[in-house]
Design a protein around this ligand. Structure first.
Ligand code: TMP
Length: 235
């Protein structure tokens, strides 16, 4: 496939979604054909599954949860991810299969064998080319999540999990990174949003360049005069 599949991972409150939006806008300004998506919820069916999965009031059996994330992913891979990659897009996905390994594997305690089978079935073997894991301490993430809940009154089902659950999830993410250093990069996300963004740019732009993927700057995607973004240093 000629495109590039980049996934964003991390425990809740790690700031990955903000970083994804910031990277997407840099790439689009640079003329890269960029698709932004997420799991769960990247497709019309996925949106309905997301609502069901994250309903704070719902009691969801762990096996049903595992299979619903897999159903969301199967639909996502077949109707959005593969078509976008086959037409040479850069796809930025807010979570993908590593989330199942970390949350349902380490968090809920399903065996690595079962998780691997379910992931393989749902993805059909589609792996990200690059995965960024946004790493922050569990205490900091829980604080950020509480702040967000207080600000926008939002709360989802997983926001009710305890410190141990998130510690297991975080550790599994770090294990994934250690096992697959070619694909997975850990980004220290404990600093400011801008500091983390600089780290993301330092990883992603050289990665795209090494794959021979270049932007197509045009007048259409040039920023209006006076708002030219600072060229972010790459080294
Ligand atoms: P989000 O907050 O990043 O949008 O993700 C929604 C929640 O879904 C988050 O708490 C992590 C959880 N999740 C899993 O437990 N397993 C998965 O496979 C995915 C994709 C998400």
């Amino acid at each position: 496939m000629a495109g590039a599949f980049i996934t964003f991972e991390g425990i809740d409150g790690s700031g990955k979604s903000t970083q994804l939006r910031m990277l997407a806008s840099v790439l689009r300004l640079g003329g890269f054909e960029t698709v932004v998506t997420r799991e769960p919820g990247g497709t019309p069916l996925g949106k309905r599954l997301r609502t069901a999965l994250l309903d704070a009031q719902a009691e969801v059996d762990p096996l049903a949860e595992l299979l619903l994330y897999a159903a969301d992913r199967a639909q996502h891979v077949r109707t959005l991810l593969r078509p976008a990659l086959e037409t040479s897009h850069i796809v930025l996905s807010d979570r993908y299969a590593d989330a199942t390994v970390a949350y349902q594997g380490a968090g809920r305690g399903f065996t690595p064998e079962l998780i691997a089978e379910v992931v393989e079935l749902a993805t059909g073997g589609l792996k990200p080319d690059l995965t960024l894991i946004f790493d922050v301490s569990v205490a900091e993430c829980l604080m950020r999540t509480k702040r967000r809940e207080a600000n926008d009154q939002s709360k989802d089902r997983l926001d009710g999990e305890d410190v141990d659950f998130y510690a297991r999830v975080r550790d599994r993410y770090l294990e994934i990174a250690a096992a697959e250093p070619e694909r997975v990069r850990v980004v220290d996300a404990s600093g400011s949003v801008e500091e983390t963004h600089t780290k993301v740019i330092e990883i992603v732009l050289p990665f795209l360049e090494a794959r021979g993927i270049v932007g197509q700057p045009s007048e259409q995607n040039a920023p209006p005069t006076g708002t030219q973004p600072q060229k972010t240093p790459v080294n």
